[in-house]
Design a protein around this ligand. Structure first.
Ligand code: M6R
Length: 611
């Protein structure tokens, strides 16, 4: 969503915060702004559009230099993307500047009260109330910290905030509730960001602020108070990060790079987690004993978007191998639905970023009912990783493209290992466990072989790029893959696409089919192959343009398909790791051929940290 960065030290702050913002721009940006203390005066610069638009609008460096600055990219929630709605938001006198990630839910009544007290608002944002509230309490409270404390006690919602005050020109105030905020410790300098990738080029020593902690940052000093009262010692950690992870290298887009990284990222997800001698998986981070595992009666898998699709695939795997009932739910529904959580229910929240607001809220809701919740996340130290009772990192490496690709296959890999772990305690013999593990070990090479067909898939993309609609079909474990294929296409190419369980076609969607409609169907060798073949015949007889994905050696779909993509065979439960690859490539090439901004599609953010 929105991104926050800040710098205080001896160097010229503005180039540092602008550069840091650029490293986060992939997460979504419709306007950008910054505040700097120059000659003891607070100066604000803002622009709608991208960070380069802001950069171009800045005055000569000698007119905006200073060693303290905060900056922000906005992803609009309240108020259209515009200069006035961009952050920083300020008080009536332009002496307090705020950058905010989150949502202030009660801003309407607060704004009304403040207007009655004489405050003048200029934006449509929820954030502006915070600046005016601090201004309001600045007169009655002894210190700026107290004014911030009282102001925030009036606010309901979520926030990661960085605050600059002209009256306190040598400090930045940072505080969070429900939105991530990280402090980087440099050499007589400090950094703030909502994501470590923004600042890792400057320092690898960081700490994560906890909810309700206020951090006062100076160049050579910082102080954290919890609830503004007790001093807190932070847990400083060293980030294990390689800057090349956030460079595109030879690839045109991050999405393409990340698609091509999957042979390695899938391998990273299972490496070290396999015990060949017992045909079992090791997921030590779950901290589950064999006794705990044998007591599990039910599993809930919760996530959003692509992570939700991975959860659907997890259901097929776990129910097949372990015969434990699995319920899959959107985190946004789960959090408000008052879910029934019985004893011996295991809950997994799946999230690449570990910061998705709905997923985090679902985790907290389940924990508040006494449940143990496990996280399957990518970002180390993210809120879900920290707040869960245990979990597994997927080790996919930084994913920058807004369209999730390698995180999806790594999530599936972890869910596959989980299904083996649970299955071995129940149905699966060590021989079966080993057979499945061995097949998992062959998957990276099979992905590699599919990637070699990228040019062919680009040709197919040429043929569908001007379509207005597309339909994706799959059955069994490939049904969620059809959903994922459709999501990939729509989010980056803006072509309307839907995924269906192929047999559902005849209950309505078949009415949509005509000779203009590309239908992308997954029909791999598995027990449902004959069934989906029949479904595709129905589609073909209605003149749809069929693009089929099947296994090498099966040529019979050529009669009814405009194009066929052939994949290596694998175990049924591992098929999604292969069948999704051509769908990712297809979406990528369609969007690229249409000349769209693949890595930063319109209206989307990489990490959705608001409801
Ligand atoms: O970080 P998360 O996995 O929690 O994100 C969930 C969704 O926002 C995310 O998967 C989204 O749907 C992607 N844009 C899909 O490509």
């Amino acid at each position: 969503m929105s991104n926050i960065v800040g710098y205080i030290g001896k160097r010229n702050a503005l180039p540092i915060v602008i550069e840091a913002l650029k490293r986060l721009e992939y997460r979504g940006c419709d306007s950008a702004g910054c505040a700097i203390i120059h000659d003891n005066k607070l100066q604000i610069y803002k622009k709608p559009g991208k960070i380069v638009d802001l950069e171009r609008s800045l005055p000569e460096p000698n007119l905006c230099s200073g060693s303290v600055a905060i900056a922000h990219t906005r992803w609009a929630t309240h108020g259209e993307p515009s200069e006035v709605n961009a952050h920083p938001q300020i008080d009536c006198y332009g002496k307090i500047a705020i950058v905010h990630n989150g949502i202030i839910e009660n801003y309407i009544p607060l704004k009304k009260q403040l207007i009655e007290l004489g405050h003048q608002f200029i934006s449509d944002t929820d954030t502006e109330v915070i600046a005016h509230l601090i201004e309001q309490y600045r007169t009655s409270e002894p210190t700026i910290q107290e004014a911030i404390r009282v102001a925030l006690s009036k606010v309901e919602g979520t926030y990661g905030l960085a605050i600059l005050c002209e009256d306190e020109p040598d400090q930045i105030f940072a505080i969070r509730k429900g939105s991530p905020l990280i402090v980087g410790i440099g050499d007589n300098e400090h950094f703030i960001a909502n994501d470590v990738s923004a600042i890792v080029i400057h320092t690898k020593r960081v700490f994560y602020l906890q909810d309700d902690e206020l951090c006062i940052l100076k160049g050579d000093y910082f102080e954290i108070t919890n609830g503004f009262r007790e001093k807190v010692k932070p847990q400083v950690s060293t980030v294990d990060w390689d800057i090349s992870a956030i460079e595109k290298g030879p690839y045109k887009h991050f999405m393409l790079k990340e698609i091509f990284e999957q042979p390695i990222s899938v391998d990273n997800a299972f490496r070290g987690r396999i015990d060949e001698s017992s045909g079992n998986a090791r997921l030590g981070g779950l901290k589950l004993t064999p006794q705990d595992i044998s007591k599990i009666e039910q599993i809930h898998l919760v996530g959003c978007g692509t992570s939700y699709h991975a959860a659907l695939i997890g259901k097929y795997m776990i129910e097949d191998f372990a015969r434990i009932p699995v319920q899959v739910e959107f985190a946004s529904e789960y959090r408000y639905r008052n879910p029934i959580i019985q004893d011996n229910t295991l809950i997994f929240v799946i999230s690449q970023s570990g910061e998705t607001a709905d997923s985090l809220a679902a985790l907290r809701e389940a924990q508040s009912k006494g449940a143990k919740v496990y996280g399957i996340t990518n970002v180390v130290g993210s809120s879900i990783a920290r707040e869960s009772n245990g979990g597994s990192y997927i080790h996919a490496g930084t994913e920058i493209g807004v369209a999730s690709t390698k995180a999806f296959t790594s999530q599936i890999t972890i869910l596959f290992l989980l299904s083996i772990l649970l299955g071995r305690q129940r149905n699966l013999s060590s021989i079966q466990g080993l057979e499945y593990i061995r097949e998992l070990q062959r998957i990276p090479a099979k992905i590699e072989s599919i990637l070699q067909q990228s040019e062919y898939i680009r040709e197919i993309a040429e043929t569908i790029k001007d379509s207005h609609n597309a339909m994706y079909l799959g059955r069994g474990i490939n049904y969620p893959v059809a959903l994922e294929g459709a999501l990939k296409l729509k989010e980056i190419s803006y072509i309307h696409a839907e995924g269906y369980a192929a047999a559902e076609m005849k209950h309505g969607p078949i009415a949509l089919i005509d000779k203009e409609m590309p239908v992308i169907a997954i029909a791999t060798n598995d027990p449902l192959y004959d069934k989906i073949h029949n479904n595709l015949e129905e589609v073909y007889s209605r003149k749809a343009r069929l693009i089929t994905i099947t296994n090498e050696g099966n040529t019979e779909l050529e009669n009814i398909s405009e194009r066929v993509i052939y994949l290596p065979s694998t175990l049924q439960n591992l098929q999604p790791l292969l069948t999704v690859i051509p769908l990712q490539l297809l979406a990528y090439y369609v969007a690229d051929l249409k000349g769209l901004n693949v890595d930063q599609p319109r209206n989307l953010a990489k990490s959705v940290t608001v409801e």
